[in-house]
Design a protein around this ligand. Structure first.
Ligand SMILES: C[S@@+](CC[C@H](N)C(=O)[O-])C[C@H]1O[C@@H](n2cnc3c(N)ncnc32)[C@H](O)[C@@H]1O
Length: 288
């Protein structure tokens, strides 16, 4: 990490106004922007954080992109999970070192890279993508950021439904339009006590997923939440929230696989409530 920049690495250039540019360090390449040019060979061999002058006297600082920087600027075949949601998905989906995680769809590979980091070299991520073009794009995007496809990542073209039993994951992470279709194989193939995490943009999709989780009688503590992220401006005495923010990305649903009947008799949450349950607000099992 602290080594000087190497040829072929991806680098983040930050200009005097805080604008970000993602560039691949081709020794023969030249970075060009509205304040002139900078030969990329000048960056190669220099330490991270070095400052450079462009031909038009612009100031550029070279950094290695954080994964969040890269995700926001990488090439996308499919819509990525945004950094604001990735952190909570890893946390509440309880993705940890040494685990076996099954993910689908790979999409552009953004969430995949975060999963690979979270499980570490002792863990394993198997990521399924049904569209060969998306799978190829994700492979290229991951190799660009990490330098190669890591040994703990198994990228496959296919449908996730078909491999749950074979992989027998401890964690299942779904960012695809119909996760309810994966619930029956997950009820059989996800490890006991394992966690299913799903990312969905709309309420009807969330409802249908909950219906299927309940119907399967194999999942407990199904919880859905969303993440609102508001950045602040801190400039002198002007300290305030930014005037614009992202209104909606996706809902995150997390559920735990249990062995035996969960007692969810019906499809409605009311019918699943046991007599005598305390239904005061705030007493439900959840994330609070
Ligand atoms: C929204 S994208 C995933 C984006 C990804 N999480 C990321 O951060 O880059 C959804 C992907 O799921 C794929 N997909 C849909 N159903 C699938 C299935 N049953 N098995 C595998 N992939 C599937 C789609 O082709 C699409 O590329």
């Amino acid at each position: 990490m602290s080594a000087p920049f190497r040829p072929g690495e991806v680098c983040l250039l930050v200009d005097g106004k805080g604008r970000h540019y993602l560039v691949d360090l081709d020794p023969a390449g030249v970075f060009q922007y509205h304040v002139g040019t900078l030969p990329l060979c000048e960056i190669i061999g220099k330490p991270e954080g070095s400052a450079f002058r462009s031909s038009g006297e612009g100031r550029l600082v070279a950094l290695r992109p954080r994964l969040a920087d890269y995700i926001l600027r990488m090439q996308r075949g499919a819509q990525v999970v945004y950094p604001k949601d990735i952190g909570p998905m890893l946390h509440w989906g309880d993705i940890g070192p040494g685990m076996t995680v099954l993910e689908a769809g790979t999409g552009s590979g953004a969430l995949t890279m975060a999963l690979v980091r979270a499980v570490g070299p002792g863990g394993r991520v198997v990521s399924l993508e049904e569209r060969p073009d998306h799978a190829a794009g994700a492979r290229a995007a991951i190799a660009r950021f990490l330098g190669e496809i890591p040994l703990n990542l198994d990228l496959r073209v296919g449908r996730v439904e078909d491999v749950v039993t074979e992989v027998a994951p401890e964690r299942l992470v779904l960012d695809l339009p119909e996760p309810w279709a994966v619930v029956p194989p997950a009820a059989a193939g996800l490890a006991a006590g394992g966690i299913l995490t799903a990312y969905l943009p709309t309420v009807p999709q969330v409802q249908r997923l909950h219906d299927e989780l309940r119907r399967s009688r194999s999942f407990l503590e199904a919880t859905t939440f969303e993440v609102l992220f508001r950045e602040w401006v801190v400039e002198g005495r002007s300290v305030r929230p930014t005037s614009q923010m992202v209104g909606h990305t996706g809902f995150i649903t997390v559920a735990r696989r249990v062995v035996g009947d969960t007692g969810s008799r019906a499809e409605s949450p009311e019918a699943a409530t046991e007599p005598g349950d305390d239904e005061r607000p705030g007493t439900e099992p959840g994330l609070s």
